[in-house]
Design a protein around this ligand. Structure first.
Ligand SMILES: [Zn+2]
Length: 235
């Protein structure tokens, strides 16, 4: 019986370890995805700024074309001004020149705004690019270490599974059934020690007489409160 209890205790340790290891392993892909999502967001922010810069350049070029057209019109009307036959014609050309000058001024004002905005966007791009490249490098490093962690977890799980199979080999089948039944109901913990007069699973008191009986390890005792298998404290 003592032999079985020793196996049972080891089994519980292995199963608790396995639960922790498997939970951690399950978290790895989620953590990798979180890092990748973060990088993708930074990438998209960078693409947005780059798109805005391109659009501003396009608008500036268009404005420049409009500016040249206005200048050409002013030049044309200025020449025509001298060939005006009547006073009305002369006034009409003057009015056209005025209109084109106003248009030109409007375009120039817009170009200044576009230029200022472009400069601001360029500064923004530098900062966003820096954030993105730092984040990307950091993320790649973290993903690499998570992949290493994954391999380590898998190795630790395999090692414990092998050990578990060895422990199961020769363990009393009734005891194993009891263990599995309690473990399923009691969130993975079926075997606990009775120490300081308490069940260390639920912390309800265990009578002194029972503690002595448990120490003999000649039969299975379970906690009257939580139903877990009680083992003596080795310490
Ligand atoms: Zn208990």
């Amino acid at each position: 019986m003592t032999q079985d209890f020793t196996r049972l205790k080891t089994l519980q340790e292995l199963d608790s370890d396995l639960k922790t290891l498997r939970d951690n392993l399950e978290e790895v892909p989620k953590r990798i995805k979180h890092l990748q999502d973060e990088t993708a967001r930074a990438e998209s922010a960078l693409a947005t700024v780059q798109g805005d810069i391109t659009e501003h350049k396009k608008q500036y070029k268009l404005a420049d074309v409009e500016l040249k057209a206005a200048e050409e019109k002013i030049a044309t009307y200025s020449v025509q001004l001298y060939s005006a036959k009547t006073n009305e014609q002369y006034k009409a050309f003057l009015k056209e020149i005025e209109t084109q000058k106003k248009t030109k001024q409007g375009i120039e004002d817009r170009m200044i705004v576009l230029m200022e905005e472009s400069e601001a966007l360029e500064r923004q791009r530098v900062s966003v690019e820096k954030t993105h490249s730092e984040l990307k490098a950091d993320s790649e490093k973290k993903v690499k270490s998570l992949e290493e962690e994954k391999a380590e977890l898998e190795a630790a799980i395999a090692e414990r599974e092998k050990h578990r199979a060895e422990v199961l080999d020769g363990l009393d089948s009734q005891l194993l059934k009891l263990y599995e039944r309690i473990r399923a109901k009691k969130s993975g913990i079926a075997v606990v020690v009775a120490s300081d007069g308490k069940c260390q699973g639920c912390f309800n008191p265990v009578p002194a007489q029972r503690v002595l009986e448990i120490a003999r390890q000649d039969r299975v005792y379970t906690c009257e409160a939580c139903g877990r298998i009680l083992l003596p404290d080795d310490k």
